[in-house]
Design a protein around this ligand. Structure first.
Ligand code: PMP
Ligand code: GLU
Length: 398
């Protein structure tokens, strides 16, 4: 067989997805795995959303749509941006994509040339560097740690900018750190980005899953930064619609047109029924996500408290999203009763899954080997079982 594409060979498969798949396979095989791997709300999609999809199918709305999505959904996205973010956009600036992951792929494909640098704060969501590489770009990481509350400074951002910098990747609130940049921090970033004419991909998928001061969109900080902001969002997290595969991009019109051309040749559009379901989700406002956030708050408080109570574990309090990212590096170099040496986050997570049936994600997948990620978008009962297994496992290491 001839060699595969170099672009494909350069990218790694998603470890969050791999762990979720493995945990689900083990559960299907009858093993009692506690799965805190993938970040996916355990709530069911709201009934009115399902009803809208079913009604659209019954009405025969089952043919191709425009590659950028149905007009009703693009209007609903613009209305949402006006209502929730105070931002004015035209539907021609919106492209409906097959999930937010695909939205990121589309934006990077539209703006990155080979050799362009993309600045990514670490720990980062697994997918970012791989999609940057796929587009021919060069990821440039800005390290953070528990000491800096997993946040970068404006000075760090400024120092990383070179004449090759094309884009800054901002995930706010952040997966996996749970940290949230407030207005003052975003203003400082915006000033630097405008001065250097650097795009910002603003991943706002967790915008409504926040526990303190609400983050704002960096696009709302003035005309100049709005012109450089490429917004990614979707319905997966806020409306418990991960499997429906609907996301969207909001960008200046020339970029939306480029994405539309790409999409017309590649995926055409997400499923018709999923788009009608998303109109219903967006038009119903924020009651559903606010109810989830009440639950997530209780779960966050429980899991962070329980993690901090384990000797040797350091865990900052997440301000948004639904992940805890404790530093567990004090256990590295220790030995398990079966002889396994825990060299880093990968061995720790593998050993916990195999021996204690607990699925969590190694920090190395997010570019930081000192930590592990636990998703608390699952029931309190499962979280209690997870903590029991984790504490027992860590206590066995010596
Ligand atoms: N961005 C971030 C930060 C995420 O955590 C996720 C997780 N799914 C996505 C984008 C992709 O969302 P979707 O399921 O809509 O593709
Ligand atoms: N975004 C979620 C996560 O980080 C879902 C899995 C994925 O797409 O990475 O776990």
């Amino acid at each position: 067989m001839k060699a595969l594409s170099k672009r494909i060979l350069a990218i790694a498969p998603s470890m969050t997805v791999a762990i979720d798949t493995k945990a689900k396979e083990m559960q299907a095989a009858g093993r009692d795995v506690v799965a805190l791997g993938a970040g996916e709300p355990d709530f069911d999609t709201p009934e009115h959303v399902k009803d809208a999809a079913i009604a659209s199918i019954r009405e025969g709305k089952t043919k191709y749509t425009a590659p950028t999505g149905i007009p009703e959904l693009k209007r609903a996205v613009c209305n949402k941006l006006k209502r929730e973010n105070g931002l004015d956009y035209h539907p021609a600036q919106v492209v409906i994509t097959s999930g937010a992951k695909h939205a990121i792929f589309n934006i990077l494909s539209a703006v990155i040339n080979p050799g362009d640098e993309v600045i990514i704060p670490a720990p980062y969501w697994v997918t970012y560097p791989e999609l940057v590489k796929l587009a021919g770009g060069v990821p440039v990481f800005l390290p953070t740690s528990v000491e800096t509350n997993y946040k970068i400074t404006a000075a760090q951002l400024e120092r990383a900018i070179t004449d090759k910098t094309k884009l800054f990747l901002l995930c706010n609130p952040s997966n996996p750190t749970g940290m949230v940049y407030g207005r003052t921090e975003l203003e400082a970033f915006a000033k630097i980005l405008v001065k250097n004419d650097v795009f910002v991909l603003s991943d706002e998928i967790y915008e409504h899953i926040q526990y303190g001061t609400k983050a704002i969109s960096i696009a709302s900080l003035g005309h100049e930064i709005k012109e450089l902001t490429l917004i990614v969002n979707g319905v997966s997290k806020a409306y418990a619609m991960t499997g429906w595969r609907v996301g969207y991009t909001i960008t200046p019109k020339p970029i939306a047109d480029a994405i539309a051309a790409l999409q017309s040749q590649a995926t055409h559009h997400p499923a018709n029924a999923s788009q009608y379901a998303s109109v219903a989700a967006l038009e119903a406002g924020l009651d559903f996500v606010n109810t989830m956030v009440v639950e997530f708050t209780k779960r966050r408080d429980y899991i962070v408290g329980a993690l901090k109570a384990i000797p040797g574990v350091i865990c900052p309090l997440p301000e948004g999203a639904f992940y805890a990212l404790p530093n567990v590096s004090s256990f590295y170099g220790k030995k398990a009763p079966d002889g396994t040496v825990i060299k880093g986050s990968l061995e720790l997570c593998r050993w916990l899954l195999e021996t204690h049936l607990l699925a969590i994600v190694p920090g190395i997948a997010f570019g930081d080997d000192t930590c592990v990620r636990l998703s608390y978008a699952t029931s309190m009962g499962e979280l209690e079982r997870a903590i029991e297994r984790l504490s027992k496992g860590l206590a066995e290491l010596s």
